[in-house]
Design a protein around this ligand. Structure first.
Ligand code: DUC
Ligand code: ZN
Length: 485
């Protein structure tokens, strides 16, 4: 009997810390050996001259999730995860969304039921908390955290999702007590509402006014406030989908003061710009997301944030809404910008675009690419070292990349359920030509080769990042009630 089920031979392996040539020996879905001249495997793959990277971990994606206004994403767990794997991603952490009046547990059960028979790769869940009642804070949330949903997202905007500062403090207190990790969507709701009203009352209804209604100070202020609130209860936070320079400065400043603030940015802030929303008619809606893409020059500032390590994670924030009445135009066939669904797809192109624009253009090193797309999200969200690296004992989740492959992105080559991609015509160099999940090849040469339902649910550990500093601004600890004066 062969020593291994699979041996991937002679590839150039990159992790977040090293680049080296070795064989990978796989047995029972795990990496069991890394080295030269490994014994023969049942199956043998020649990866000489190719890069072998850990499968990506996309820790911010919306899959088969109903928005607070009742709009269901275009992708279900099958099409979304199929699309992810064809772009080199082997783990996703989408959301179970609590809407007002709903129990957390029912939202989780609903997501698990949807995912079970469809997901093709392994998945965890974050919780979205929009209704922090006493029951939710005191019982449901702690129970779910202990059950492996160890992170949750809160919103500072959107009518039906936003939490006020007091509610945010309540949630952060539970997070500190239980060791959970808080992700924050930071935009100032009242300012957006006020600006939107002004714009609409002057007849400024087109998609191009969406970024005007959510300018940088709106994000900068909320980022600052989220950080200040987290400091009051001494709990680390992660700011999701940071779009530009002024929010980056807030995070860098907080870090310089010793606070534990983590940050994520997304493909769209490196590639799309506010001017993409200026296309005629409603076309600009295809690039509408929140926070909005900023001016083109801002993209280099986001790259600077990546290079200076302000960012820990690069996600897609995949939020697929079609250009019809099931998605973007759910509310009306001719809506104003306020009534167009926010979100862009991106699960499949996240890694190829970031690789091409980052590693290919010399902005980052391949180890930094691996850190941001796989290793860091796996660590931050409690699934490392099983996921996010190429390591003995870890799951055999990796992709063989052809770094010379030139691809023009087009909806026709993608595997999601969308009708269009905002990246149509975007040229990249480098693409994963074979992707493996727990040792099984499930994508090859732009084709999905796996099967629905093979993905497994990941019960996550507490995040090592959620450890408090042990330092408060006053002698009063509002979480424990202890005054140490
Ligand atoms: N913004 C969000 O807050 N959620 C989903 C998509 C988006 O663009
Ligand atoms: Zn968000």
């Amino acid at each position: 009997m062969a020593a291994f089920d699979l041996v991937v031979r002679g590839g150039t392996i990159a992790t977040s810390s090293d680049v080296y040539v070795a064989d990978i020996g796989v047995k029972d879905g795990r990496i069991v050996a890394l080295g030269l001249d490994l014994a023969k495997g049942e199956d043998e793959v020649d990866a000489r001259g190719k890069l072998v990277l850990p499968g990506g971990v996309d820790a911010h994606c919306h899959i088969e999730q109903k928005s607070s206004l009742g709009i269901l994403c275009a992708d279900d767990f099958f099409t979304a995860t199929r699309s992810a794997v064809c772009g080199g991603t082997t783990t996703v952490i989408p959301f179970a969304a609590q809407h007002r009046g709903m129990s957390l547990r029912s939202a989780v059960n609903d997501a698990l039921e949807r995912a079970g028979a469809k997901a093709v790769i392994d998945y965890g869940l974050h919780m979205i908390v929009s209704d922090p009642t006493e029951q939710v804070l005191g019982q449901e949330l702690p129970a779910l955290i202990r059950d492996g949903i160890t992170s949750f997202k809160i919103y500072m905007t959107y009518d039906l999702l936003k939490l006020n500062d007091r509610e945010i403090l309540d949630i952060m207190s539970v997070a500190r007590r239980e060791g959970a990790f808080v992700m924050v969507h930071a935009e100032n709701h009242e300012a957006i509402a006020w600006l939107s009203e002004r714009l609409l009352s002057h007849g400024h209804v087109a998609p191009k006014f969406h970024p005007v209604s959510r300018p940088m100070p709106v994000e900068r202020e909320a980022t600052h406030r989220a950080i200040a609130l987290s400091e009051l209860v001494d709990v680390p936070i992660l700011i999701v989908h940071v779009s530009g320079a002024e929010a980056i400065e807030e995070i860098a400043r907080a870090r310089a003061r010793g606070l534990r603030v983590y940050a994520e940015t997304c493909t769209q802030y490196l590639t799309l710009a506010a001017e993409d929303l200026e296309k005629p008619g409603l076309e600009g809606a295809r690039c509408m997301c929140a926070p909005p893409p900023r001016e083109r020059a801002n993209q280099e500032l986001v790259w600077r944030g990546i290079q200076t390590r302000v960012f820990d994670v690069l996600s897609s924030d995949h939020a697929p809404f079609k250009f019809d009445n099931t998605g973007k135009f759910f509310h009306s066939p001719k809506p104003d910008f306020k009534h167009i669904a926010n979100g862009v797809p991106g699960l499949e192109v996240r890694m190829p675009i970031f690789f091409s624009e980052g590693v290919g253009k010399g902005r980052i090193d391949v180890r930094e690419f691996v850190a941001l797309t796989a290793t860091n999200p796996a660590r931050l969200y409690g699934i490392a070292p099983r996921k996010g690296s190429i390591v003995v004992g870890g799951d055999a989740d990796f992709a063989i990349w052809d770094t010379e492959k030139e691809v023009t992105i087009s909806q026709a080559i993608l595997h999601d359920a969308m009708d269009a991609t905002p990246y149509e015509g975007f040229k990249v160099k480098g693409w994963p030509i074979a992707t493996y999940s727990r040792g099984e090849q499930i994508a090859r040469d732009f084709e999905f080769t796996g099967k629905a339902g093979r993905g497994r649910y990941l019960k996550r550990e507490l995040s090592p990042a959620s450890r408090p500093l042990g330092r408060l601004p006053t002698k009063f600890d509002p979480v424990t009630g202890i005054y140490s004066g």
